[in-house]
Design a protein around this ligand. Structure first.
Ligand code: GRF
Length: 381
């Protein structure tokens, strides 16, 4: 979902949103454009430094609110914006502006626990009232200032020796946590409007799928399907925030068509404990749906089928490339590979027909090595 972020000043919330996008924590949300109502502010510098299209619509240059809003809307439409985040945007928006977006698609962050302490001096008002708790609120923008339906809140303590600056800094850390999260829910389509849009329910996420689940649905041989899957895996990996280790699928207990063994290498499992595991197998990725026939390796390392003489090295190579792509996109820095297989293999492979041990072709090992992934082999020779 394409987001437009409206700013007017310091831009620390914008910074948190951009950082979340970079980490993959905005889900399908993408900042398509940043619009500032003021020139020469830090938010504009931040947006430009992040490489985002940035438009300054200086409100002082416009005759009236409508003309100003039309210029903002033109910038948002030009970049295909579907939803808007007000991140320290200091202008009040009219119903006409809000009507340009689907209901529930314009969100604001406010530095208090609404409906308490609306307005431009929330921290000052909190201190004057002697409140012990305050916080931050993400809410839908409606015609009334700071009055739209609440999406999410975080509370923050107020200490006796607080002044406005100290309190604002504490609240700001909460803002930076909840605003990107709310935008992610929005982009994921998880904000349900209730009671005519006066309340919001956050729907639960789709059940989280592990990398292994995703891999199980991958029947694709060709590189193209792997590429789409790889992007999805990269996204899951980023959101899990755990290190990803690629492991030959057969070492995790999947049946290997090459040597018919059902392997489950507990030593390997112990080495990847605590990491998210990406099972890889070039044969599966190359679309071999049949038991693998006997092969031999010629002196140049080309694999040949012994029975028909058909050369399958091209599809094995495609599988190895697809696997390397998965590994790279999933962000895995390490891979544990099986040794005895022409496609994965790192060291030796039993030659079809003769049973002799010959050096493995190591298509996958080579592809991963080229991608800068650290390889280790299972321990038995
Ligand atoms: C924040 O406190 C936000 O809650 C309010 O304006 C301030 C903007 O700060 N709406 P920044 O520009 O995001 O640093």
């Amino acid at each position: 979902m394409k987001l437009g972020v409206l700013v007017s000043g310091r831009g620390s919330n914008l910074e948190a949103i951009l950082e979340a996008e970079r980490r993959g924590a905005l889900g399908p949300g993408r900042v398509a454009v940043v619009v500032s109502s003021r020139p020469f502010v830090r938010a504009v510098d931040l947006a430009r430094a992040a490489g985002k299209p940035t438009v300054v619509v200086d409100h002082r240059g416009f005759d009236g609110r409508e003309a100003f809003e039309d210029a903002v809307l033109a910038a948002l439409h030009e970049h295909g914006v579907e939803a808007v985040a007000l991140a320290g945007f200091m202008r009040i928006l009219t119903p006409r502006f809000l009507g340009a977006f689907a209901p529930g698609r314009v969100l604001n962050i406010h530095p208090s626990l609404l409906p308490a302490f609306p307005g431009a001096h929330a921290h000052r008002d909190v201190l004057a009232a002697g409140a012990r708790v305050t916080g931050a609120t993400v809410h839908l923008v409606s015609a009334g200032v700071d009055q739209g339906a609440i999406v999410t809140q975080a509370s923050v303590p107020v200490y006796p020796d607080d002044d406005e600056a100290r309190l604002a800094a504490r609240v700001l850390t909460a803002e930076h946590r909840i605003f990107p999260r709310a935008l992610r829910w929005l982009a994921e389509g998880r904000l349900e409007l209730l009671a005519g849009g006066s309340r919001v329910r956050v729907l639960p996420p789709e059940p989280e799928r592990t990398l292994a689940d995703r891999y199980a649905n991958l029947h694709a041989g060709p590189l193209l399907a792997a590429r789409a899957e790889a992007r999805a895996i990269a996204h899951v990996a980023a959101s899990l925030g755990r290190p990803v280790v690629a492991v030959s699928a057969c070492l995790l207990g999947q049946r290997c068509r090459w040597d018919g063994e059902d392997r489950r290498d507990d030593g390997v499992l112990a080495r990847v404990a605590g990491a998210e595991v990406l099972p890889i197998c070039p044969e599966v990725l190359a679309g071999f749906g049949i038991p693998r026939p006997a092969m031999e390796l010629d002196a140049q390392g080309v694999m040949r089928r012994l029975d028909s003489g058909a050369d399958v090295s091209a599809s094995a190579l495609a599988g190895a490339e697809a696997a390397a792509l998965l590994v790279r996109e999933a962000g895995a820095r390490r891979a544990l590979l099986k040794q005895k297989s022409p496609s994965c293999g790192t060291r030796v492979v039993r030659q079809g027909g003769t049973g002799a041990l010959v050096p493995g072709q190591g298509l996958l090992a080579r592809a991963l090595d080229a991608a800068g992934v650290t390889l280790s082999a299972e321990d038995d020779a």
